[in-house]
Design a protein around this ligand. Structure first.
Ligand code: NAI
Length: 326
């Protein structure tokens, strides 16, 4: 297909947007021309115009057009891929309920808009936090879009886990396969080394250090976002944009043959995860579809971590249900 792939990005004037747009425009999803549809809140449109000036100035051969605006039903019209990055950050004095409510309003409206105007083949990736629950809200508010078309981003956690394991074992990142992030994109996530491989050998056995795995690896991956804020003074942006692209590219074009990726997708009850939760699983992607990897053996340690992160997602789901958002 040589018609442009229409890609919506929300929160396009934000930090992640500033990295994401240039990579999308320069061909990170492939050679197919791309048309960017950028959604922002009205006060940010002026800044977004500046970003578009810079996109123009790159003269990217693959960039077929850019449209900006603050109305979701115009920006999402006919889009094949929607990357929902924009969200309300938690500000001082904001309670968790306030945060869920503010984001609930955004993802309710965007889910409805996608439902009515997106292309039939639309795929929707949610990066904005709380990503899993925002995806659940958008999915629930888009009843005509198949539920399998929604996902939330845990690819950054997945990439962080690969990087930590590579550093620990002295392997290169390309030697590491079958990493899994289970559950929520939050501190309760479970990065799993029991099914990962380093040069074809089991990662947990290769490391052979349960203390490191439990007290170093897992918390380092799960709390990496906070460590970056501490060091950089603002949250991870280029790495989040890079992971957003990795996830979209693999979703559209397929994951590698001898590997899998982590994606938060609607649970079908696999591994005892309650049906309907947006939970990160190991998945194989092909031609725009994904399939949860089946048959992995789960020991008691993994089981308890997988349940803890599921329980947090249940709490989030119940909270947004109570607010009438789903
Ligand atoms: P940012 O604050 O720099 O940018 C967010 C942008 O979203 C702002 O320009 C804002 O005007 C816009 N926005 C707010 N409401 C909107 C709406 N209703 N429609 C369209 N745009 C809207 O934030 P940054 O650093 O770009 O991060 C964006 C989100 O990504 C945050 O929620 C952050 O927590 C999340 N994130 C997720 C990661 C993941 O791995 N899933 C990793 C890093 C960040």
């Amino acid at each position: 297909d040589s018609s442009p792939l229409k890609v919506a990005v929300t929160g396009a004037a934000g930090q992640i947007g500033y990295s994401l747009l240039f990579r999308l425009a320069s061909g990170a999803l492939g050679d197919r021309p791309i048309e960017l549809r950028l959604l922002e809140i009205e006060p940010a449109l002026k800044a977004l115009e500046g970003v578009v000036m810079e996109l123009d100035d790159c003269a990217f051969p693959t960039l077929a057009g850019v449209e900006i605006g603050h109305e979701a039903d115009k920006i999402f019209d006919g889009v094949n891929l929607a990357l929902l990055v924009g969200a309300r950050p938690r500000t001082k004095g904001m309670e968790r309920g306030d945060l869920l409510e503010a984001n609930g309003a955004i993802f309710t409206a965007q889910g409805k808009a996608l439902n009515s105007v997106a292309a039939d083949d639309v795929r929707i990736g949610v990066t904005g936090n709380p990503a899993n629950t925002n995806a659940l809200i958008a999915m629930t508010n888009a009843p005509d879009i198949p539920k399998e078309r929604f996902s939330a981003l845990t690819r950054l956690d997945h990439n962080r886990a690969i990087s930590q394991l590579a550093a620990k074992t002295g392997a290169s990142v390309t030697d590491i396969k079958k990493m899994t992030i289970w559950g929520n994109h939050s501190a309760t996530q479970y990065p799993d080394l029991f099914h990962a491989e380093v040069n074809g050998k089991n990662a947990a056995e290769t490391v052979n250090d349960q203390d490191w795995l439990e007290n170093d690896f897992i918390p380092t991956v799960a709390k990496r976002g906070a460590a970056i804020i501490e060091a950089r003074g603002s949250s991870s942006a280029a790495s989040a944009a890079s992971a957003t692209i990795d996830a979209a590219r693999d979703w559209l074009h397929g994951s590698a043959a001898d590997d899998w990726v982590s994606m938060a997708v609607v649970s079908d009850g696999s591994y005892g995860v309650p049906e309907g939760l947006i939970y990160s699983f190991p998945v194989i992607t092909k031609n725009g579809d994904w399939e949860i990897v089946q048959g992995l053996e789960i020991d008691d340690f993994s089981r308890s971590r997988m349940e803890a992160t599921a329980n947090e997602l249940i709490e989030e789901r119940d909270a947004v249900k109570e607010l009438g958002l789903i």
